[in-house]
Design a protein around this ligand. Structure first.
Ligand code: NAP
Length: 295
């Protein structure tokens, strides 16, 4: 078997095109542009790239973007004050605080300072709770962008997820846990494994759907995977390029070449989950804009 490639670039372009249509509808109805505020603290080069890409893509579909770039020494209270100002600014529909924050700032305090109706990353405790309860509350809340992107990709490969055994490797609040909640909501049988799990391969090998969100380059080999499984690789790991040791390259958590021999479908890295995350951020932002204006 050779796996079908689940192309994140193509699916993300579809999500952005649908979101652009929603933006046009919003502008037609309310005569204002939806607006995303992006907060970046410090000079982490990866974060700077992410923020630039998010801003560029938001502008491309007709959203206004406010960048708030802050010095690494900003105090927690100053950041809370900025969030409070953005919460009260009627023009701002979505607030994204780029993580990680410097060590002297408690990320949980900052995330929970965001008004949940503007929490387009879906990390606020209220949105996490609503996602966990599911049903109508899930529909009204914001689902974190990376798991939402994985979910939309999965639906392209498996329209009916009911009864599938999904195994998630990783239990972070950003990816693993919300991914498990989403698939449980779809009536999958969900198992989450992590660094303390014993005999991990025995569990992953039972998966119809395998989602790897580990942060360990190429840890998932073919002998971890059931033939015919659908494999979603969330990992983004920068490693030395074996063909030119002076250079680096990006790889996922899944050994793509090995696993693609036996899987039914697989996401590549790069070009898989990555583009979906930003597309889902834009999708959440227009959802926020509509819900704040439809009162
Ligand atoms: P994280 O917070 O570090 O969580 C990693 C999880 O993997 C933890 O639950 C950890 O278990 C588990 N783990 C670590 N080593 C393991 C092992 N040897 N066997 C089994 N489980 C193991 O990372 P994250 O934020 O979820 O991100 C995961 C990966 O996805 C990273 O490569 C990150 O760069 C990438 N990512 C990509 C996107 C995107 O847009 N494509 C977005 C977010 C993250 P414990 O809980 O027991 O420590």
């Amino acid at each position: 078997m050779t796996a079908t490639i689940i192309d994140g670039k193509i699916i993300a372009a579809e999500v952005r095109a649908e979101t652009k249509q929603e933006v046009e509808k919003f502008v037609g109805l309310y005569k204002i542009n939806p607006c995303l505020a992006v907060v970046l603290v410090g000079e982490n080069p990866a974060s700077q790239v992410y923020v630039r890409t998010k801003s560029k893509m938001a502008k491309e579909i007709g959203m206004d973007v406010e960048d708030h770039i802050k010095d690494t020494n900003i105090s927690e209270q100053e950041l809370i004050d900025l969030i409070s100002q953005l919460n009260n600014d009627k023009k701002v529909n979505g607030i994204l605080v780029q993580l990680p924050l410097p060590e002297h700032i408690d990320s949980r305090v900052i995330i929970d300072a965001i008004d949940p109706i503007k929490d387009v990353d879906g990390f606020h405790a209220l949105n996490v709770g609503r996602n966990s309860i599911g049903g109508d509350l899930l529909k009204k809340s914001f689902v974190p962008c990376t798991p939402l992107g994985c979910y939309l990709m999965l639906k392209k490969s498996i329209p009916n997820l009911v009864g599938m055994h999904a195994v998630i490797i990783g239990r972070s609040n950003i990816v693993g846990k919300p991914m498990a909640q989403l698939l449980l909501e779809e009536s999958c049988t969900v198992t989450t494994v992590h660094s303390k799990t014993k005999d991990i391969e025995a569990i992953t090998k039972q998966a119809d759907i395998l989602v790897a969100a580990v942060g360990r380059p190429l840890i998932v080999k073919a002998n971890w995977v059931k033939p015919g499984a659908v494999v979603i690789d969330v990992g983004i790991n920068r490693v030395e390029n074996p063909e030119d040791k002076s250079k680096t390259m990006l790889v996922g958590d899944v050994d793509y070449t090995d696993v693609a021999r036996i899987a039914a479908a697989i996401t590549p890295v790069p070009g898989g989950v990555g583009p979906m995350t930003i597309a889902c951020l834009l999708r959440n932002t227009i959802k926020a804009a509509f819900s704040q204006n439809q009162k």
